[in-house]
Ligand binder design. Structure first.
Ligand SMILES: Cc1ncc(COP(=O)(O)O)c(C=O)c1O
Length: 394
């Protein structure tokens, strides 16, 4: 183990994240290129069917990002000017940006000790204008879906799950996507499965599915994607002004194989997380994410929180030191209420978010992804340990 005077240094920089792509994905993309189907075609349809089956939900609509998925879902729910949508502050900007795009008000609330949207904060934020609650399954562990669901039902509100981190995650024995809500997934390059850029909307509701599918492709009448095939027709009608958010067959070609590998990827993430927990827990400097009952945490992120007073360096200094020692890290997230747009437009103040403020000051995300070897993981641990030991206050 490294000593305080001579920290361990990796020979090459380890990025905070890297996708895992195999020959199958490459061959499938080449097959799409040769077939002439570059845009939405049969592979998108197959990917949607397999994703829906995997999640245990009736309908899946493939789109070109999770941001698009969230935007389309809110549009289909009829969110617009005068409405309020409750979102947690510890999330990526997309969760709230899409609300602003629709002219509605994102009502930003604090998170709890598990980094999830706080149930008490939701209750305090509900007004007569509230229409939707967006819980984010932070880092790949499910939010309190039952409790939030019961609250939403009692107040006549809709739930849109932001599952950007949660492909393959489970809550109470069922996959995320299968709990009766509209759900938005991300297949961005850093996610548990990727299509480069991409996303999916799932819903048990056939009517909502039809509307969202239409919104994702200009508002065109049914099966618009078939219009260049023998089975299709040149004739279509625009039923509403939709968007250009459809997934391409090139992306779905990657997604079909990533989906097959997803459970294996997630098991590897869990193994690495356990390895990290075993080594970092005993140092006493970090609060680690606790796997919670009734959930299967798929560790999209491995977030550690420096316990205040245990280190002489700040989180920012820790990140800089790890970078010097060839370990990439990141921070998830800069809370929404701190971004100038949200702070200045809605007048948010740090005092309204005591938990997120405390968490944000001290968190960093360590590299964790299936492509990492055990040696990579041990080198991350050795480096983090040497930096922590060199800077302990006690
Ligand atoms: C919580 C959360 N929601 C939404 C998104 C947006 O995903 P996409 O890049 O697929 O639009 C992200 C992306 O990082 C995210 O972390």
């Amino acid at each position: 183990m490294a000593s305080a005077t001579a920290p361990f240094v990796r020979t090459a920089f380890l990025p905070y994240c890297l996708p895992e792509i195999g020959q199958e994905e490459i061959d499938e993309v080449v097959d799409s290129l040769r077939s002439g189907w570059f845009t939405t075609g049969p592979k998108v349809k197959k990917f949607e069917e397999r994703f829906a089956e995997y999640c245990g939900v009736e309908h899946a609509i493939a789109v070109n990002s999770c941001t698009a998925a969230l935007h389309i879902a809110l549009t289909a729910m009829g969110v617009g000017p005068g409405d309020e949508v409750i979102v947690p502050t510890l999330t990526f900007c997309s969760t709230a940006n899409v609300v602003a795009h629709l002219g509605a008000r994102p009502v930003i609330v604090d998170v709890d000790d598990h980094y999830q949207i706080s149930l008490a904060a939701i209750e305090r934020a509900i007004t007569s204008r509230t229409k939707v609650i967006i819980p984010v399954h932070y880092a790949g562990q499910a939010a309190d879906l039952d409790e939030i669901g019961a609250l939403a039902k009692s107040r006549g509100l809709e739930i849109l799950e932001d599952a950007a981190h949660a492909s393959g995650s489970e809550y109470k024995g069922r996959k995320i996507g299968a709990h009766g809500n509209t759900v938005a997934f991300s297949f961005y390059a850093t996610k548990n499965m990727t299509t480069g850029e991409g996303g999916m909307i799932t819903t048990p509701n056939a009517e909502a599915a039809t509307k969202m599918r239409r919104l994702a492709l200009h508002g065109m009448s049914r099966d618009a994607w078939k219009r260049y095939t023998q089975a299709g027709s040149w004739y279509y009608e625009i039923l509403e002004p939709g968007y250009k958010d459809n997934m391409t067959d090139l992306a779905a070609a990657i997604g079909l194989h990533q989906l097959r590998k997803l459970d294996g990827f997630n098991r590897r993430r869990q193994q690495l997380a356990q390895r990290y927990d075993r080594a970092l827990g005993p140092l006493g400097c970090f609060r680690l994410m606790q796997p919670r009952p009734d959930r299967n945490h798929v560790y999209h992120l491995y977030t550690v929180e420096i316990i205040p007073g245990t280190l002489q360096i700040t989180r920012d200094q820790m990140i800089d030191r790890l970078k010097e020692l060839n370990i990439g890290t990141s921070v998830h997230f800069i809370p929404l209420h701190k971004h100038p747009y949200y702070r200045d437009t809605y007048g948010y103040h740090p005092d309204q978010f005591p938990n997120a403020e405390k968490i944000f000051t001290n968190i960093l995300s360590l590299p964790l992804y299936p492509k990492m070897s055990d040696t990579d993981a041990d080198e991350v641990l050795e480096t983090v340990t040497s930096v922590a030991l060199a800077n302990r206050t006690r």
